[in-house]
Write a protein that binds this ligand. Sequence first.
Ligand SMILES: Nc1ncnc2c1ncn2[C@@H]1O[C@H](COP(=O)(O)OP(=O)(O)OP(=O)(O)O)[C@@H](O)[C@H]1O
Ligand SMILES: [Mg+2]
Length: 341
Amino acid sequence: MISIKNVSKIFPSKQKDLTAVNHVNLDIQDGEIFGVIGYSGAGKSTLIRMLNGLELPTEGTVTVAGREISKIKGSELRKARQEISMIFQHFNLLWSRTVSDNIAFPLEIAGVSGPQRKQRVAELIKLVGLEGRENAYPSQLSGGQKQRVGIARALANNPKVLLCDEATSALDPQTTDSILDLLVDINKRLGLTIVLITHEMHVIRKICHRVAVMESGKIVELGSVLDVFKNPQQPITKRFVKQVTEPEETNETVEHLLSRYHSGQVVQLTFIGESAELPLITNLIRNHDVTANILQGKISQTRSGSYGTLFIHLDGAEEEVNKAIDYIRSQQVGVEVVSNG
Ligand SMILES: Nc1ncnc2c1ncn2[C@@H]1O[C@H](COP(=O)(O)OP(=O)(O)OP(=O)(O)O)[C@@H](O)[C@H]1O
Ligand SMILES: [Mg+2]
């Protein structure tokens, strides 16, 4: 559906040219929810804006739904943009128009007749769950409701691709989740390809099939969400993965524990997919002469399976502790000895 080939974007400036996107290659499949994660200034917005022709690449080609976006202009580009919609962090609604009239706006521009427009708006209102709020003005809506209007408006002309630039970054966690659920629902129901950019791994974990990690204009890591969680390669990816797999206080807790336990080992276990559901600890203490103290843990769900980490303190004779660790390894569970007690 989307093919980005050797794309760079350089913003010229008097002092020093700024390379916002640096030789990016990326293919996004039809019907996929694809996430791009990176810190501020990584070039995410610049990249996504090249997908609908809001920015032109300095080098390389961008093809979306069979059209080379980086080449077309004028009315052809406007037509292409009806198939590539976008939603924004700050919603970009028209403040003097009601919910219905905001959603009708792209239909007016596309020349859809009055009665058809009305029918389509009613469908969209239902799709995004805004029944009863048709005549409200944006200032009378919550952030989540505003983004629902943004989504309905973006879907008005039956796009093939929906681009989301930090679409949930202005929302609280609960509202974020409800908007993410809506995006998944739309993806399934309409088969829409979704490209979203974010700096929150939670968003990636919850709804994306694949993820690209962006740093200084480059894609430094790319893969299925579960694979990236399982086996992050780059330091930046490891930091993002920790955002969701480790509770914030983990470092402090582990340090505290290490100072408390003077024997045995503190180990970090990593569970992926089905291994996350094994009765591992029960088997461990049944079959080995060790004690196992659960210190801290967390399991997260991704689109393609669960992923969890667990910190435990194993105590007993050194040989027994080592045997216990070997046993855990044999169970397809990642084991890292945090430090000797
Ligand atoms: N129109 C522009 N002119 C000059 N420089 C720009 C322009 N747009 C973006 N940049 C620069 O390109 C780099 C990448 O910016 P971009 O907005 O793509 O980052 P981002 O990853 O979306 O960051 P954020 O998470 O803060 O939104 C930044 O250094 C930015 O200052
Ligand atoms: Mg941005």
